[in-house]
Design a binder for this molecule. Structure first.
Ligand SMILES: O=C(O)CCC(=O)C(=O)O
Length: 287
């Protein structure tokens, strides 16, 4: 349960590191599962074997890879359980004010030691045009200590209040502005013109929450350590399908335009109903 101070901080900043949610044993289990999937590789899954929805290098190739795995939960029982983590679900429910939640999708971001690349500045919501209203809050759980040396996220606190600025953020080159206080120009309605990007370190096993309009990105991993993390993107109970949009997960939605995403089926498990976390065992199987 978040304190009222933490909720206020999130409302003001659009980001919050909210403490430890995984003990060492659980961390080790998830790291082991991630390694199993990485060792299998994008082309190593045999027909019929449970596999993630996407598995590819979103970086600039072998010299600066950023491995992205979408819906690892579909290939790994421990990651499926993680979607239902009661502490995380309860916090998302508090931060969104919604008592019904389901998974939109998960996303591993793995930056290998020394070579791991950059995630450009962006907001999440503009990339999710198939759901309306946008899904407001994501949980980002560190599987390693993430700091400025191994490519932690950077945030622009308060930027979630400035609407959809993705066109503006796309102007920045991959390497730009991972440096405190550089000259982002906020929109005129921003309360301050001194926009600061701040590093956002998160320790292994801790959860960080960010609003889907918060400006964020992450720099290279120049350290000898890996940077492994998973983002859990949730939908609120009022989310509806927008058939005009495009997204990787659209292939699993067989609904008419405007239908509630609550009916979207087993690729989008319900994790919170009437304010109570739904146990993984009560979520339907994928078949
Ligand atoms: O892990 C990262 O470097 C970026 C993650 C991100 O953009 C997100 O979770 O929305």
């Amino acid at each position: 349960m978040l304190t009222s101070r933490q909720v206020e901080q999130f409302q003001r900043d659009g980001c919050l590191v909210a403490g430890r949610v995984l003990d060492w044993a659980r961390l080790e289990e998830l790291r082991g599962e991630l390694q199993r999937v990485l060792d299998t590789g994008p082309d190593g899954f045999v027909p019929g074997q449970p596999r993630p929805v996407r598995f590819l290098d979103m970086g600039k190739g072998p010299s600066s890879p950023v491995w992205q795995i979408v819906n690892i939960w579909e290939a790994s029982e421990p990651f499926r359980k993680l979607l239902h983590h009661p502490q995380v679900i309860e916090a998302i429910s508090q931060l969104t004010g919604c008592s019904d939640l389901q998974i939109w999708h998960d996303q591993i971001q793995f930056k290998p030691p020394r070579t791991g690349g950059v995630n450009n500045w962006h907001q999440d919501a503009p990339y999710w045009p198939v759901i309306k209203p946008m899904t407001p809050v994501s949980a980002w759980i560190a599987l390693d200590d993430a700091d400025t040396d191994n490519g932690c996220m950077w945030m622009v606190p308060g930027s979630h209040l400035w609407g959809d600025r993705i066109e503006y953020l796309h102007r920045f080159k991959a390497e730009a502005f991972f440096d405190v206080g550089r000259d982002f120009i906020p929109p005129p309605e921003a309360p301050t013109q001194a926009v600061k990007a701040i590093p956002w370190p998160v320790r292994a096993g801790e959860v960080s929450f960010h609003h889907s309009l918060t400006w964020h990105g992450s720099y290279r991993n120049t350290s000898p350590r890996p940077r492994r993390a998973i983002a859990l993107h949730y939908m609120t109970g009022d989310a509806r399908f927008n058939a005009a949009g495009e997204h990787l997960m659209k292939q699993f939605v067989h609904l008419p335009d405007g239908a509630p995403m609550a009916d979207a089926g087993p690729h989008f498990p319900v994790v919170c109903r009437n304010g109570r976390a739904v146990a993984p065992a009560d979520a339907p199987d994928l078949q």
